[in-house]
Design a protein. Structure first.
Length: 339
């Protein structure tokens, strides 16, 4: 049986809110749940399994991001060549269907037309975490299903009636949902790994930053390395995470193109990090000066597996076609309420 304590996870390459659903033929229980559920959570509740099954099996136009990051082609000698496109990760913010991904299905076992096991057997998405809600009489059966790997968790009915306990289970299972993607991407990322993904100090820092800034999603980005983070309304923060080699590369860049002394000194002593967004002094000619101050943000050290230099760029310029009125989490929640 699973417990519901929060536990530290290695950072996934990306994270965004997802939808969970709960199916229980006890309409009184569902009505109570609807009244108490926090408004910032995306979920669907069903008192009948048939429309619920139709919902969870509803196809989503785009494949999961992890499947789109990889492309395959046949090599010269007949072998397969695997390509990994990191740039597609940050492009996901323009996909409004990302929040529609069903991360967790909480299904009551004892329902008259379709029981919980039959429901799970009819689900098509292999990524969705499956949790069965059981009464005392069904608990031994649920243990057998859990031990056989047919469900991921089971939750006793009395714990499902406690909202805090139920949401604790959901939060842990949603983390597990994203850990599946990390497992699939790990071998590719380890060819040239962004070390901060595996650093628990960075994971703790990101969790604290998301709580303080009310951020709800993040995406692995490069040049400079770090994360793109968004609030529910679509406003953006760019987190810059430089290890010593990356920090030295920025300092060399500043020296090569004769940055102002305070910029070079800031890069050298760690008070500044650069966020150039693909721009370079080579693109500036004649009397037009490269705007160094616009591309430098304050930084602080953070001791983890290495000494990281951490900077935040708020509302940074982006080369992504992103419309918050369509593709933000708030826009998705509003569509759920309308439906």
């Amino acid at each position: 049986m699973s417990a519901a304590p929060s536990r530290p996870f290695r950072l996934a390459p990306y994270y965004h809110p997802t939808t969970f659903c709960i199916v229980d033929d006890n309409e009184r229980f569902l009505r109570s749940l609807l009244l108490e559920m926090p408004t910032h959570l995306a979920f669907r509740a069903f008192s009948h399994p048939e429309p619920a099954l139709e919902y969870v099996n509803e196809p989503i136009e785009l494949k999961p991001l992890v499947d789109r990051c990889f492309s395959f082609e046949r090599g010269i000698r007949g072998g397969a060549v695997i390509h990994f496109d990191l740039g597609l990760i940050e492009q996901e913010i323009s996909n409004p269907q990302r929040f529609r991904r069903l991360s967790v299905a909480l299904i009551d076992y004892a329902m008259p037309s379709i029981n919980g096991l039959q429901f799970f057997e009819s689900m098509r998405d292999p990524y969705t975490r499956k949790a069965m809600i059981t009464g005392v009489a069904d608990e031994k059966f649920a243990v057998k299903l859990f031990n056989a790997g047919l469900i991921h968790h089971f939750i006793q009915k009395q714990k499902a009636n406690d909202l805090d306990s139920l949401l604790g289970y959901v939060a842990d299972m949603q983390q597990e949902y994203f850990q599946q993607y990390l497992a699939r991407l790990r071998y590719t990322l380890e060819l040239d790994p962004p070390g901060f993904l595996a650093d628990p100090v960075i994971a703790q820092y990101v969790a604290q930053l998301m709580a303080e800034e009310r951020l709800v999603e993040y995406y692995l980005v490069d040049d400079p390395p770090g994360l793109l983070l968004l609030r529910s309304n679509g406003s953006v923060i760019r987190l810059i995470l430089l290890d010593p080699p990356a920090r030295q590369a920025q300092l060399d860049f500043a020296r090569r193109y004769e940055a102002p002394a305070f910029i070079e000194q800031g890069f050298e002593n760690g008070n500044l990090v650069g966020f150039f967004n693909g721009d370079s002094p080579v693109n500036y000619h004649g009397s037009e000066a490269f705007p160094w101050p616009e591309y430098a943000v304050p930084a602080t050290p953070l001791a983890g597996s290495v000494l990281w230099q951490v900077g935040l760029a708020r509302d940074p310029p982006m080369d992504i076609d992103f419309d918050p009125t369509v593709s933000s989490y708030d826009a998705y929640l509003a569509s759920l309420r309308r439906n």
